[in-house]
Design a protein around this ligand. Sequence first.
Ligand SMILES: [Mg+2]
Length: 218
Amino acid sequence: MEKISAIIWDLDGTLYPNDSAYYNADFTAMAKIASSMGLMDFDAALSAARKSEEEYGGTYEFLINDYGMTHDEIDAIFKKTIDLSFLAPNEGLIRGLRRCAMPMALYSDSPHYWIDDVLARTGLAEFFAPYMRFTPEDFGLHKKGDGDNDFREIVRRLDMPMSEVAYVENTESKLVIPARLGIVPVLLTGTSAYPVAPSVGYRGMTFDNAEGFLRTLN
Ligand SMILES: [Mg+2]
């Protein structure tokens, strides 16, 4: 295995799972949004969100396809609507991160207020100093994959060679640019209630979850 001296972590679906508790909160939030906009009643929206995830791999898709909303529009409302009380500290992950004595950064497409809230609820705030938490707000609102300046800047802050930095993600497409830069791609495949298999072309490491990856470093 490659020598790893620093880690960049994705947050959603990576440092906490997109499990059935997550999806219940997700479906409920989508149903609240669609019903409060008068698009359909709550129960109809709840099943539309569920069907949307099963058929299109995203609870937002029915609002995009049938009501012409954009992903970013929905996401901004969604993040303020979802009830995150299902989140709880994962002691196994916390132990794994404590043992992992290397520089770490967090890079998420979610906004800073969301990152801070999720880290507080999952007991992971101590592992990421505020200046090591990155979002599109730090890169002119460009999302992951809109270029490579974001990853270059984060690696520069970690102060390690690109080839010794791992990037851990639950979404394979977001590993393409960092892998092209020479960052070590690490894909988590067991953290979602609706898992997506890696493509045949994927050449990085795969693990079930973050704890599994951390165990290989010790
Ligand atoms: Mg993710």
